[in-house]
Each structure stands twice: as structure tokens, then as C-alpha cells.
Design a binder for this molecule. Structure first.
Ligand code: SAM
Length: 273
């Protein structure tokens, strides 16, 4: 069951009906869910279901479902299973032959895409990036060749470091920092990745919850990239990365930073093997 990512009174009548009539509401944090239920006068019994107790309580919950109980799974905000617990419970319920229904509502990933003004026909949602820069860059390199808008969840205290890594690995793509969506201090800041790096360098760390939407590599780049990739692969097959990059820079006159970024992306996607 999807719960509001912003205001409590956004909860749909259908969601209110289901939460009021379930035998039990499963919540990551019962205090958060209680406030939600109280906002429309529901007194449904609440139980905790989260990553810490999921394995332990799942068999009992499945037994309840088999016996005909109706359970409603919620998350603290947005849609369960989207960077939140739940898929193992849904999987177990399905395997037990129990019907699972969604009560659709907001999710930060879709809300951010709706307001970012970046291509939304093809997107890859990748949840949270690793907290450490080296691991983060490796993951970003895997995504660098994907012809799609990329969407990430992020925390405010990591925003500057993450944008810097993105600018390094993904270059000058258009991006949006979508903050506090549907809440009082909602803000969507658009710019190229280097522009966003500069902005937050000057403005400092923002507050609140954040979704990062990164536009796809533009199609002209994609054509050029294909040629560049071929050239790089040829050199990487016999040279060390640094020497291969030097050779390609000399041949093409392209900026070293861009060529190096492609070489790293090819390396991490197995392009040099
Ligand atoms: N299940 C939720 C959903 O469907 O969006 C996401 C839960 S995840 C643990 C929490 C992350 O979602 C936050 O760190 C932030 O990246 C994003 N998020 C949630 N609410 C948001 C909001 N109102 N504005 C921007 N980002 C939000």
C-alpha cells in the first residue's frame, strides 16, 4: 500500500478504506503508521514489519494470510518495496497462493520524474548509490553507457559528494535535484551536473529528502561514443588504460577527461576483456 510522501491528507479514499478494514496493518515504524491511521480515524491493529524482523515474522504472517486474514503493508513514506521492505513478503504470499493487491499511491521516484522535465520514456531507477566514493564511481561507470534517464535516492549530507562523482563519471549531462517533493519546501533545481556541483558548493548542504534525476547521454554523444568506444577498445586490448587514453586523445583531440571517463566505463562493463 502506497502512503503519502508528503502530506497526510493526500491519502486516497481507497487507501483509507483498506487501512481501516484490514485485520492488521504492517508498518516499518508503528508510530509513523499510527499517525497516518489517526489522521482519518482508523484504529486498525498495527504490527512491525521491516528488514530487521522480516525473516522472523514472515512465516506467521503467511499463516495468517492462509487462514483468510487481510494484511495491509505500508512503508513510512511512498510505496512499499521501492527502496523499502516488502518484496520477500509479497514473494512468500504469492508462493503460498495468496492474492496480493496494490493500492497505488505516490512514490518519490515517479514524483521526481514528473517534475524534473527530463526524458521519462525510458528510465532506470537504481535506489541508493553506495556511500563510499570509490564504490559509487564504480556503480556510476556501469550506468554510464545506458541510454536512459537515471534516477537515484540520496541523502542531503551526501549530495555534494555524489554530484561531484556524477560529474566526473557522467560528464555534463542535464540533471535535477528534486528535494522535499510535495512538501512545504519543495524545490527542483535543474542544471548540468557541473553546474549543480558549483551551486551546492556555494549554497552548502541542503536539508530534506532528495531524488536525483540524471538525463540520458544525448543522442549525438551516443553516436560519437560508439566510435570512441571502438577506438578505445582497440587501444585497451594492448595498452594500459592510461596509455590507451593518451593514444585516443592524440588521435581524436577529444578532452582527456571525457576519454578517460569512457575508458573507465568500458573497463567496468567488461569492454576491455
Ligand atoms: N518507498 C519510498 C518511495 O516510494 O518513494 C522511498 C523510501 S526510501 C527509504 C527514502 C528515500 O526516498 C529518501 O532518502 C529520498 O531519497 C526519497 N524520498 C522520499 N520522500 C521524498 C520526498 N518527499 N522528496 C524527495 N525525495 C523523497
Amino acid at each position: 500500500m502506497a502512503t503519502p510522501i508528503g502530506n497526510l491528507d493526500d491519502l486516497s479514499p481507497r487507501a483509507q478504506h483498506v487501512l481501516s478494514h484490514a485485520d492488521r496493518v504492517l508498518a516499518e515504524d508503528t508510530r509513523v503508521a499510527r499517525r497516518l491511521l489517526q489522521s482519518f480515524g482508523a484504529t486498525t491493529y498495527l504490527d512491525i514489519y521491516n528488514d530487521h524482523n522480516g525473516a522472523k515474522v514472515r512465516p506467521g504472517l503467511i499463516e495468517m494470510l492462509r487462514n483468510g486474514a487481510a494484511l495491509a503493508l505500508t512503508s513510512d513514506a511512498g510505496t512499499p518495496l521501492i527502496s523499502d521492505p516488502g518484496y520477500k513478503l509479497v514473494d512468500a504470499a504469492r508462493q503460498a497462493g495468496v492474492a496480493v493487491h496494490a493500492v497505488p499511491g505516490p512514490s518519490a521516484v515517479i514524483t521526481a520524474l514528473s517534475v524534473a522535465g527530463l526524458p521519462s520514456d525510458r528510465f532506470l531507477f537504481a535506489g541508493f548509490l553506495p556511500p563510499k566514493s570509490a564504490a559509487r564511481r564504480t556503480v556510476l561507470q556501469e550506468f554510464a553507457l545506458i541510454q536512459a534517464t537515471l534516477v537515484f535516492y540520496e541523502t542531503a549530507n551526501r549530495l555534494q559528494a555524489v554530484l561531484a562523482d556524477m560529474a566526473l563519471v557522467l560528464g555534463g549531462r542535464q540533471a535535477a535535484v528534486a528535494r522535499e517533493l510535495t512538501k512545504m519546501f519543495e524545490e527542483v533545481r535543474r542544471g548540468s551536473l557541473p553546474e549543480l556541483v558549483d551551486h551546492y558548493h556555494e549554497a552548502g548542504q541542503p536539508k530534506g529528502e532528495i531524488v536525483l534525476v540524471i538525463g540520458p547521454p544525448d543522442s549525438q554523444d551516443a553516436v560519437d561514443d560508439t566510435d570512441l568506444d571502438d577506438l578505445l577498445r582497440e587501444h585497451l586490448s594492448r595498452l594500459r588504460t592510461r596509455d590507451a587514453v593518451d593514444a585516443v586523445v592524440a588521435e581524436t583531440g577529444l578532452p582527456r577527461r571525457d576519454v578517460y571517463r569512457r575508458a573507465l566505463a568500458l573497463g567496468s562493463s567488461g569492454g576491455t576483456s
